[in-house]
Design a protein. Structure first.
Length: 259
């Protein structure tokens, strides 16, 4: 049960070893969160789904954080060039190979579709079942969260949990595994489910920590994300390393950094 806290501690150590590059990821996500809020501030029925859907695609956005932790683990140089290489490794000639770097793109698209699906579902649910139009956070709290006559908030939470649980199970170690080893999307997702089913209680705690810290970052007007995102991203790499035996899997990159 103490392993998730250990992963967080290791994530913090990686953050401390390369603070500027790590927190740059958090800053970018904080800016994106601020832009989402700016664009949808008067449409809270949309904002609630957008911010919660934002969490679904977080494993994709943390890809270069995994690469940084992997480089630190191997004693390799961590610099801006590493981040650029991480996001430019997909070669068109390899796109048809099921275990190529394109598998990260494909899985990222799947998570993006899942996040978009939740945004649409959340917005439709709130607009259809809310007793009055929801425009502001105060409207959401008054008419949805604190409503005594309408179970909308409970339905919204239950539906969100039903959609989030399989996404978490499918992605908790998938992105680091796809980055690190030559595996297909199916192999990565299956491995992620095995990790969850083998260690259900620690993984439930890990999910709670991820959600709790992300909510803390969002409710701090996104400023907390500058620190929280890199800590959780690096920590997720160490969760993958602790949960998955990769000794029989081929490495994604060779010594020259090629696929």
């Amino acid at each position: 049960m103490d392993q998730p806290l250990h992963w967080l501690a290791l994530g913090f150590k990686d953050l401390a070893r390369s603070p500027l590059l790590s927190m740059m990821h958090g800053l970018i996500l904080a800016i994106l969160g601020g832009l989402i809020t700016l664009l949808a501030h008067d449409r809270f029925w949309l904002l609630a789904g957008a911010l919660s859907g934002f969490l679904v695609i977080a494993p994709v956005l943390a890809t270069s954080l995994y690469a940084m932790s992997r480089a630190m683990e191997k004693g390799e140089k961590v610099d801006l060039g590493l981040l650029i290489d991480t996001w430019t490794q997909w070669q068109l000639k390899l796109r048809h190979e099921p275990d190529s770097y394109w598998s990260l793109i494909r899985f990222g698209i799947l998570l993006g579709l899942a996040g978009t699906g939740w945004v649409i579902t959340s917005a439709a649910l709130i607009t259809l079942l809310a007793p009055a139009p929801i425009h502001t956070p105060l409207d959401f709290i008054r008419l949805v969260v604190l409503s005594q006559d309408n179970p909308l908030f409970e339905i919204w939470l239950a539906l969100g949990a039903m959609m989030a649980a399989p996404v978490f199970a499918s992605s908790v170690v998938s992105m680091p595994l796809l980055l690190d080893r030559r595996v297909t999307i199916f192999q990565a997702v299956l491995t992620s489910w095995k990790a969850l089913l083998t260690h259900p209680v620690p993984m439930a705690l890990w999910a709670f920590l991820l959600l709790g810290f992300c909510l803390l970052g969002i409710f701090s007007m996104f400023l907390g994300l500058i620190f929280i995102v890199p800590m959780l991203g690096h920590g997720s790499w160490h969760a993958y390393r602790a949960l998955v035996d990769v000794s029989e899997l081929q490495e994604r990159l060779n010594a020259q950094g090629q696929q």
